[in-house]
Design a protein around this ligand. Structure first.
Ligand code: 0X9
Ligand code: ZN
Length: 420
């Protein structure tokens, strides 16, 4: 009994924070559909507590999974007996989490003493919300803060609005980050991007874009999840809503949209990481965005930012059919990813969600295209391709944000050129 208490305490760490000591991220390459089916079996063995970081997707794409220390031996034996090849992508997840926390602490001390904001560091929700207020007051002629709703746990959902004509309703560009809370590079990229828009709004191409259009930026789409990743479980993906009849918490907000809702590219199990929720827009975060976008009524571009995999995706994820704007979206995706690659040689793949990764039902990008009349509807999957995955070191924040900006500009400019 005593040993069990000590062991549990060790696993939970101080203040109940989930620890990942000895957990590994394995990269698995299935050679055929049969091996892929074997990997899917692992998905259904809930007692193994495997956290899929990527896939199972196209057989050509590797599957990345975080395997808890206590399941490692069983999983490796399973893979080896089935002749499935794997490599160890991350040897000890906790050491990366510790390093990340250490860097945050150092940056916080530096920020305090210099009274500055370090875009090259990860930040807590309080720090981000505080930054937003000072950012708005420093750029009051261009930037304002709107509250579009609140999360399940009652946190406000703030959107930054960049507009040259605050009382007019202009065609709009919508950007959101952090719908999956553990994808920290996205909120960090959003902060840098918001700052970049304000810093360069008098230069081309932003000058022309903002002459015609407004830009809306939702930096932290899933604030409850984000707080949870900082305080309790760094690997939390979903929202934090309570589910009737289940002790499991949260919904995958990128399966909760009313577009192909509930299909096989999502799960009806509340304990699954891709649980679609009790009904479309059950999550207040999603309902708030849908309300804001439909209420605006003239959103031309909707870019939802995820990580990781280095991909630029467009509709559809819920059906095989190509959308009427397929060629246009595909050509622009090529141009945008070419522009992105020019900066640091970061290679992206692009295409429809279904053809590039897997069937995903109830996603932002499909909803925007089908239900909100948004032509330029894209999902970004930022760095990397799996060396660090969701634990991308902070020294990659600036290069990631810079290169992403090249693609964002390209897409915004294209939409703006088509706007009278
Ligand atoms: O599965 C997802 O939700 C996304 N991948 S992630 O690793 N960030 O979770 C990709 C889904 C494609 N997204 C849209 N079509 N919106
Ligand atoms: Zn995501």
């Amino acid at each position: 009994m005593r040993a069990l208490v000590v062991f549990t305490a060790l696993l939970m760490g101080a203040f109940g924070q989930k620890l990942f000591i000895g957990d590994q991220v394995l990269r698995i390459r299935a050679s055929d559909e049969e091996q892929m089916a074997k990997i899917r079996e692992l998905e259904h063995l809930e007692q193994l507590q495997i956290d899929f970081w990527r896939g199972p997707a196209m057989p050509s794409l590797p599957v990345d999974m975080r395997v808890p220390f206590t399941s490692l031996q069983a999983v490796k034996v399973f893979l080896e007996t089935n002749n499935i090849a794997y490599t160890i992508m991350i040897d000890d997840v906790q050491s990366l989490v510790d390093q990340e926390q250490e860097e945050i602490k150092i940056s916080q001390i530096h920020e305090k003493s210099t009274r500055s904001f370090n875009f090259a560091s990860y930040h807590t929700l309080d720090e981000i919300y505080e930054w937003m207020d000072s950012f708005v007051s420093a750029n009051a002629a261009l930037v304002s803060k709107m509250t579009i709703g609140q999360s399940s746990e009652g946190r406000p959902l703030y959107v930054l609005r960049f507009s040259r004509q605050k009382d007019a309703k202009r065609p709009a560009i919508w950007l959101d980050m952090g719908i999956h809370s553990r994808e920290w590079i996205t909120q960090a990229t959003g902060l840098w991007t918001a700052n970049k828009i304000a810093a360069t709004h008098t230069q081309e191409p932003l000058k022309s874009i903002l002459d015609k259009m407004d830009i809306f930026v939702l930096l932290v789409t899933n604030p409850d999840g984000y707080v949870f990743t900082h305080t309790m479980n760094r690997m939390w993906r979903k929202t934090r809503s309570i589910q009737k009849g289940s002790s499991c918490i949260g919904v995958d907000p990128n399966r909760n949209w009313d577009a192909g809702f509930g299909g096989p590219g999502s799960s009806s199990n509340p304990c699954s990481e891709t649980y679609h929720g009790a009904r479309p827009h059950s999550e207040p975060e999603i309902q708030s965005i849908a309300g804001a976008v439909l209420g605006h009524g003239n959103v031309k571009v909707m870019l939802t930012i995820h990580s990781y995999s280095q991909m630029l995706l467009f509709p559809y994820g819920y059906k095989k059919e190509h959308c009427p704007d397929h060629d246009k979206l595909n050509t622009l995706a090529k141009e945008a990813t070419d522009a992105l690659a020019k900066l640091h040689n970061t290679k992206y793949t692009f295409g429809t969600t279904l053809e590039t990764i897997y069937q995903a039902d109830g996603t932002t990008t499909d909803w925007a295209y089908d239900k909100a009349n948004v032509t330029y509807s894209y999902t970004f999957e930022l760095r990397d391709k799996g060396s660090y995955g969701f634990l991308l070191p902070a020294n990659q924040i600036l290069p990631t944000a810079e290169e992403t900006w090249e693609a964002l500009k390209m897409i915004m400019q294209r939409a703006s050129n088509e706007t009278p």
